[in-house]
Design a protein around this ligand. Structure first.
Ligand code: PMP
Length: 350
């Protein structure tokens, strides 16, 4: 026996590298947004009353929950706000997945899901995507203690049509289905309208990607108010003050500037389609992306070699050494200039 025997041991989630390099870095490895946050956020930062920091923040981030609710046509008590969608998803796992039955999610998906099932000791089973990396809805008709699906999926970038999501939700009235829509603004079809129809559906989104707020840490869940109230109870059992006052104020400014959001997301989507075409001309095969990244494989060159080579040129993309996807690269869409530099380095290499 040792004191170490009584300690909780987990295999942590491994985020993309935050490299420190000499010279220019082209960072396309963590799906960050390439443009700055809205100018309205800059105004909010400049007008922050420092005096407010003396006080504890609002426990439910009410002004931000209200702004999100208004944006998407819900009531404030149908919105839960957290410190990035990782915080919101972790809360979902802890709140909604509390049975002996396995939670279901795809074999290839966001690699945080099995970390949360591990730390919260939730049984789970992974359902293999088909050969085209698509979800097979029938896999989710079996007995389960909850379901979580990233849509669009990561790291594939593929979006499942809404009728597939609805089919899964409607087949599982006795468990909570969580749809992780971190990338939905870049081309997916949101399940938010289904929240009005299904009491067992929770939709999770983030400000980290399409609202250029990865560093601010804001995510949210929308569901019927009973489920949101359960999430708040779990949160209040751990830490009532997760959202700081500044993040709440800046988040309101970000969500209210819809014009800037539409314009900048549109730019990323246009860059994505242009780069996809160019990469295909260079011998890459790219999955159909509904996100701010491309998932690509090359017909001759191993993905790992390309990944290593790009790194020597201070260009960071993501490589996953995992079954089925270990010959793919996930490339975040940066600015046009960054993508052009990456393409010219790839041309040299190939
Ligand atoms: N879901 C998916 C599918 C993601 O790729 C990410 C980003 N790593 C997240 C959730 C979490 O993002 P954040 O905590 O920044 O909202």
């Amino acid at each position: 026996m040792s004191y170490l025997d009584n300690i909780r041991k987990v295999t942590p989630y491994v985020p993309g590298e935050q490299p420190k390099v000499e010279g220019e870095l082209i960072k396309l490895n963590t799906n960050e947004f390439p443009y700055p946050p809205s100018p309205k956020v800059v105004e909010a930062i400049e007008s922050l009353e420092v005096e407010t920091l003396r006080l504890y923040p609002n426990t439910t981030a009410a002004p931000l929950a209200k702004a999100i609710a208004d944006r998407y046509g819900f009531d404030e008590d149908e919105v839960f706000v957290g410190v990035g969608s990782d915080d919101v998803l972790a809360n979902c796992f802890l709140t909604f997945f509390s049975s002996d039955k396995p939670v279901l999610f795809p074999d290839i998906t966001y690699s945080f899901y099995d970390v949360w099932t591990d730390i919260y000791r939730i049984p789970y089973e992974t359902m293999p995507l088909d050969d085209d990396f698509k979800i097979k809805k029938e896999d989710y008709y079996r007995r389960n203690g909850g379901i979580v699906i990233a849509n669009p999926n990561a790291p594939t970038g593929i979006a499942a049509p809404l009728d597939v999501i609805e089919d899964i939700v409607s087949h599982n009235p006795d468990s909570v289905v969580v749809i992780d829509e971190a990338y939905v603004d870049f081309g997916g079809e949101s399940a938010l309208p289904l929240v009005k129809k299904y009491k067992n559906l929770v939709v999770v989104q983030t400000f980290s990607k399409s609202r250029a707020f990865a560093g601010m840490r804001i995510g949210f869940a929308i569901a019927n108010k009973e489920l949101i109230s359960c999430m708040n109870n779990v949160k209040f059992a751990i830490n009532s003050y997760t959202m700081n006052s500044a993040a709440i104020a800046y988040g309101v400014a970000a969500v209210n500037d819809n014009e800037y959001f539409i314009e900048t997301v549109g730019k990323v989507v246009a860059t994505r389609e242009r780069v996809k075409k160019t990469l295909e001309e260079l011998g890459f095969v790219s999955l159909n992306s509904a996100t701010n990244f491309l998932f690509v494989t090359h017909k001759d060159k191993p993905a790992k070699d390309i990944f290593e080579y790009l790194k020597t040129k201070n260009i960071y993309v993501r490589y996953f050494n995992k079954p089925r996807i270990n010959n793919y690269l996930r490339i975040t869409i940066g600015t046009d200039d960054q993508m052009d530099k990456m393409i010219s380095v790839l041309k040299e290499y190939l």
